[in-house]
Design a binder for this molecule. Sequence first.
Ligand code: ADE
Ligand code: ZN
Length: 352
Amino acid sequence: MPLELASRLDKIGRDALPLLLRDMPKCELHIHIEGSLEPELIFALAQRNGVTLAYPSVEALREAYAFTDLQSFLDIYYAGASVLLKEEDFFDMAMAYFRRAAADNVVHAELFFDPQTHTDRGVPFKTVIDGLTRASQTAQQELGVSSALILCFLRHLSEEAAFATLEEALPYRDQFIGIGLDSSERGHPPEKFARVYARCHELGLHLVAHAGEEGPAEYIETALDLLKVERIDHGVRCVEKPALVERLAAEQVPLTVCPLSNIKLCVFDSMDQHNIASLLEAGLKVTVNSDDPAYFGGYMNANFDAVFNGLPQLGPRHAYQLALNSIEASFASDAAKSEWVEKLDRVFADAS
Ligand code: ADE
Ligand code: ZN
């Protein structure tokens, strides 16, 4: 950041933070759309589709959201997704997310979706992607929120299953911009999917992968070196290898950090223990994201609020940097990025 800008931002008081965090335009780069299914919508869709749930009420389901690690969350998350059967269900789920995003001044969202969670239950790939695509178009028209889809492979399934999913997806190649890798990280290293990523690279898709959430720092290195990813999802365990932290800073590899998720899944004990402030100080291209907001206690601005409340060393300069990082790290066009940076500058100029 230019010194002149940094010193101007440092003159803004911390008391301006609540409005700045709310009003600044931001991009969300790490949101699993199935993780935006609120318990109320899960119950409404279960009723609409005649699906029986293992929980008697919305309250009982919400009470089950006490996670001890990633797997304990994933078990409930996949059960929640079982109510999604029709195109309209995927549309309604995504529209509910886009309304929340618009309220948080999210100008652009790159949505992960897990096709295998649905196709393995007999829901056609077309149903999933058409519902999400229609929501994306409606969000642009009605809410002014831009978006794109990133297809995630479930890493606990086989390479063969990932290739089969890619084949199913290819007729819809123009409806998604990239691929990601999610689900149970430990024991499923990036190299398991090296050939799938190589093929997707040939197809001109953007490449990202979850790494260093629960898995070791080495998974971040192999995601970069073997999968050739452009961004790392999470990546917070990079601090276990100082040379890797230096590399991430030097190469300006974006990390899509998910603060509330990290607390709920016990990656950190509490927000004052989170390493996002030290990663920012070390010059890494860190962004703030919600991951699975319906399960982890909040959407984008709830994540920003939690970070700035828990880490008092962060001020307006860091808020600006996080919003700028999210815009620069997105896969949006340069023209769109310039427009959002101008908006960002206006919000901070008004507070100066
Ligand atoms: N799928 C949904 N949320 C996830 C997360 N935080 N990590 C891995 N897989 C996921
Ligand atoms: Zn995630």
